[in-house]
Design a protein around this ligand. Structure first.
Ligand code: HEC
Length: 122
């Protein structure tokens, strides 16, 4: 998936019926998110590393409750990083693609990011 999304670049692709093109994170982020489904996803996949309280359970996992922390990034960035994987330079461990659960969809990730923001964000 390309790093930069713009209306003009993705729309014609979608209209052309290019089914392999996934919906950009920015678009998903603007759609409604189901935070109760997000809670289920969090408890099944994310909690092992991010912890019950969102403060991080493994070395390198960020503290989502830090008010100057990762949740200051916009939803579309957080979704993209959770979908594609992400590692801060020098970090002891990276965020695995889809949290290591290939069954998750982009919508599942949008839901869980909304849940994380609602639950651990200030
Ligand atoms: C195997 C451990 C592990 C699992 C499972 C995991 N994460 Fe992460 N996650 C990390 C680590 C480590 C980082 C910090 C990466 C870095 O900044 O180098 C991280 C970072 C993040 C970030 C911050 C990204 C940013 O831009 O700063 C988000 C959002 C996130 N994870 C969401 C999730 C979600 C949602 C799930 C469940 C679907 C999940 N994580 C599952 C280890 C994990």
């Amino acid at each position: 998936m390309s790093k930069k999304y713009s209306f003009n670049t993705w729309l014609p692709l979608v209209m052309a019926g290019a089914l392999a093109v996934s919906v950009p994170a920015a678009v998903i982020a603007k759609q409604g998110a189901d935070t109760s489904h997000g809670k289920t996803v969090y408890e099944e996949t994310c909690i092992a590393c991010h912890g019950e309280n969102g403060a991080g359970a493994v070395p390198g996992a960020p503290n989502f409750t830090d008010k100057n922390g990762r949740l200051t990034k916009p939803d579309e960035v957080l979704i993209e990083h959770a979908v594609e994987g992400f590692q801060t330079p020098g970090s002891p461990m990276g965020m695995p693609e889809l949290g290591g659960n290939p069954d998750l969809t982009d919508q599942d990730i949008a839901d869980v990011i909304a849940y994380i923001r609602q639950t651990f964000g200030k």
